[in-house]
Every structure is written in structure tokens, then in C-alpha cells.
Design a binder for this molecule. Structure first.
Ligand code: BV8
Ligand code: ZN
Length: 258
């Protein structure tokens, strides 16, 4: 995208946001890429040297739970070393502007939106920090320290699994309904750093476009065009750690960010 094209697209995106009462954001792995967290699609099916099916599916868990814990402990250790990038902080700045009318739906499990200061965050695929007990179903925030390859529940000594939504598993009902509500009610949906191939997360984009009586406006921020691009009213193509602060700066100048 040329500087002139980006300038014009930023103006259009800022124009949509200045008029927006309610803003919803959908983020994917790309928003954390500049923090040093590897994305999925860049891994051509391999992820830290493992097949995704072996380490992020119920079948993989039942085949070899110790391997799954080794994989998630390695990701926990990686995320413990990384920090939010300017793109995360820009989204936190936006939440300060829109308050309760701002909802951030993330597919990421790295916790970086919370670390950057966002509070109205829906982690629809779970969180690396959390474990779930297979016996008493307790969900605990265990921080990011390694948990060994067969951690036990502090309450009942039952076996723990990562509290992560794997492929083939249903999302948490209450969290998913809240995400649907935010996407169906927003005036602007900002789609950042996602290839928009994973469902049902990607379905939030058509949900926003089908809002009645007037569809929401969709702004895409990505390095490249994606499956979301056909739904987008405006595309901002470049690293989100650079684009999002530029977008927030436009809003500040316009007084939309009080
Ligand atoms: C369910 C937790 C039903 C794991 C994850 C066929 C067709 C359609 C759907 C399906 C199908 N077959 C199966 C399905 C369903 C399946 C699915 O969608 N599969 C896909 C692959 C086709 N979905 C599921 O299984 C879901 N569950 O459907 O359940 C059900 C219902 C009732 C009862 C029982 C069952 C569960 C999906 C959740 C899976 N878990 N994560 C973990 O993280 O450990 S998904 C995983 O992919 C991550 O959460 C990740 O965030 C997500 C999506 O990927 P992206 O975030 O988009 O990342 P990606 O690498 O793809 O893209 C990065 C983007 O960033 C790129 O566009 C790149 O250009 C951009 N980028 C890179 N750098 C930057 C950047 N942009 C800006 N700036 C940068 N610097
Ligand atoms: Zn337990």
C-alpha cells in the first residue's frame, strides 16, 4: 500500500470511527506478531515443530497429554518473555475513549491485550494462563510459569488440561454469546491480524455486516488481504504495531479521543 493510499485509507477509517457509538474489535495472531509471538499460518501447518493436530486437538491430548503439556509450557515460557507492542496499546487507548461501548474479541491466548490495559476482552479461544481440572472442572489462572507435563489440580488432585479451545471443541457459550452481541450491535468492527479462516470466530465479520437497518462498517488491519477483505469497507495494509497507533493519532487530532 503506497503512503498516499494508506493516508487516504486512514482518513476513511478515522471518519467511520469518529461517528461510531459502539466499536467491536476482532484480533488474531497477527496483532501479537511484533511482540515476538509466532502466528499460525506462517507455520505452514507446523507449530513449534509439531503438527497442530498433535498439540491443539482433543485427539492429540488423548494420544499424548505429556506432549501437549510440553508444547503449552513452551508457549507459556515464550509469552512470559514478551510484552505488548504499540498496536496492543493503541487498542487500549481506544477502549479508554469508548469505555463500555468498546468490546475486544480475541482469538489469541497470549493475554497481551489484558497486559496492555484492555479490560472488556473476550478471550474466545481461552488463555495460556488458565488450566481446567478434568475431575472438578475448576478453572484457575496459574500465571505463565511451567507446570510440568502432568500437573495436578490443587483442589482435588485431578488431572489438569490447558483451558484452551482446541480444534473440534465448542467455545464457551457465555463468552461466545457476548462476542456475537458485540459484533451484531457495533457501528464499526475493526478486524486486526487475522487470516479469518478459523470459525466460528471469523463469522463475527458477516454478523457485523448483516446488522440492520444499517450494516456496520468493517475496517481491516493486516499485512495482506485475507478472507475478511471482501467484507471490509476499508483496508489498512501494514504492520498493526504501526498502523493502529497512526489510526489512534488521527482520532486524537479529530477530538474523537477525548
Ligand atoms: C468448533 C487455540 C464446533 C489453540 C485456536 C471447515 C470449514 C470451516 C470450519 C471448519 C472446517 N473444519 C473444521 C472447522 C471448524 C474449525 C475451524 O475453523 N478450522 C479451520 C482451520 C478451517 N473450528 C473449530 O474447530 C472451533 N470449534 O468449530 O467447534 C463444535 C460445536 C459444538 C460442539 C462441539 C464442536 C474451535 C476453533 C478454535 C481453535 N483454537 N486456538 C491455541 O492457540 O493453542 S485457533 C488458532 O487459530 C488461534 O487462536 C489463532 O488465533 C486462530 C486463528 O488464526 P489467526 O489468529 O488468524 O492467525 P493466522 O496465523 O491464521 O493469521 C495471522 C494473520 O495476521 C495473517 O493474516 C497475517 O497476514 C497477519 N499478520 C501477521 N503479522 C502481522 C499481521 N497483521 C498485522 N500486523 C502484523 N505485524
Ligand atoms: Zn480438581
Amino acid at each position: 500500500m503506497s503512503a498516499t493510499e494508506l493516508d487516504s485509507a486512514l482518513s476513511q477509517a478515522a471518519h467511520y470511527l469518529q461517528a461510531a457509538q459502539r466499536v467491536c474489535v476482532l484480533t488474531g495472531a497477527g496483532v501479537s506478531a511484533e511482540s515476538g509471538v509466532p502466528t499460525f499460518r506462517a507455520s505452514d501447518g507446523l507449530w513449534e515443530g509439531h503438527r497442530i493436530d498433535d498439540v491443539a486437538s482433543p485427539e492429540g491430548w488423548y494420544r499424548n497429554p505429556a506432549l501437549v503439556w510440553q508444547f503449552y509450557n513452551a508457549r507459556r515460557a515464550n509469552v512470559a518473555q514478551v510484552k505488548p507492542n504499540p498496536g496492543h496499546y493503541a487498542l487500549a487507548e481506544m477502549e479508554r475513549r469508548w469505555g463500555q461501548n468498546f468490546t475486544l474479541v480475541t482469538q489469541n491466548v497470549d493475554g497481551l491485550h489484558l497486559a496492555a490495559g484492555n479490560r472488556n476482552v473476550l478471550e474466545i479461544h481461552g488463555s495460556l494462563r488458565q488450566t481446567r481440572c478434568l475431575s472438578c472442572a475448576a478453572v484457575d489462572d496459574r500465571g505463565l510459569k511451567p507446570l510440568g507435563d502432568a500437573p495436578r489440580c490443587p483442589r482435588c488432585q485431578g488431572r489438569l488440561r490447558p483451558h484452551i479451545v482446541w480444534f473440534g471443541e465448542a467455545l464457551d457459550d457465555a463468552i461466545w454469546w457476548a462476542a456475537l452481541e458485540a459484533a451484531s450491535a457495533c457501528d464499526v468492527l475493526l478486524v486486526v491480524g487475522t487470516s479469518a479462516v478459523v470459525y466460528p470466530a471469523a463469522s463475527l465479520i458477516p454478523v457485523a455486516k448483516r446488522r440492520r437497518p444499517t450494516p456496520a462498517q468493517v475496517i481491516e488491519v493486516n499485512l495482506t488481504t485475507t478472507d475478511a477483505s471482501d467484507w471490509a469497507d476499508v483496508g489498512l495494509y501494514g504492520p498493526s504495531g504501526i498502523i493502529l497507533p497512526q489510526l489512534v493519532q488521527r482520532l486524537e487530532y479529530s477530538g474523537a479521543l477525548s
